[in-house]
Design a protein around this ligand. Structure first.
Ligand SMILES: O=c1ccn([C@H]2C[C@H](O)[C@@H](COP(=O)(O)OP(=O)(O)OP(=O)(O)O)O2)c(=O)[nH]1
Ligand SMILES: [Mg+2]
Length: 144
């Protein structure tokens, strides 16, 4: 169980898993009035949510594939990162990659949030790194 603070609790739903084994909880827009996102415009959409993640956890803000496929709606900084020490409002940076306006209404599901464990590492400066078969190969060096 995680602490969650919801602005205007009475009118807002908790983020929820929409199916039994979903990885992502859908996030809803928290708006006084509808917002129109013009083609190629990016807009920070409030969710009304503040959360308290345990240390060692992060939340990833990911696009919904349905909005992406049907309306060209993506997230500019996808996946957005919510740090465990963040206490501000979670916001979603939507971008409209279609050629028509897209309207976001209050309460609509605009993104999904995956809560995940992460490692925290320390660096040990080294002059040599362990050998691998790949070495520095990348960017398609194995072919198409
Ligand atoms: O899609 C996002 C991404 C981030 N955040 C919040 C939570 C996160 O912990 C904080 C900072 O995000 P990030 O580290 O990605 O941004 P930054 O540009 O590095 O800002 P900062 O210098 O505040 O870390 O902003 C959101 O609400 N939505
Ligand atoms: Mg940062």
């Amino acid at each position: 169980m995680l602490n969650i603070k919801i602005i205007n609790h009475s009118t807002h739903l908790l983020p929820a898993y929409e199916t039994e084994h979903a990885a992502g909880m859908d996030l809803r827009a928290f708006l006084n009035e509808a917002i129109t996102i013009k083609p190629l415009q990016r807009i920070l959409i409030p969710t009304g949510l503040h959360i308290e993640l345990p240390v060692g956890y992060e939340a990833q803000i990911r696009p919904r594939s349905g909005l992406a496929f049907k309306h060209g709606i993506g997230i500019v900084n996808s996946p957005g990162t919510i740090d465990a020490d963040y206490r501000g409002e979670i916001k979603v940076l939507l971008v409209n990659l279609s050629d028509t306006d897209f309207v976001v209404n209050d309460g609509e599901r605009i993104a999904q949030m995956v809560v995940a464990k992460h490692e925290t590492v320390n660096w040990q400066p080294a002059t040599e790194l362990g050998d691998t078969q790949r070495g520095a190969g990348g960017y398609g060096h194995t072919g198409k």
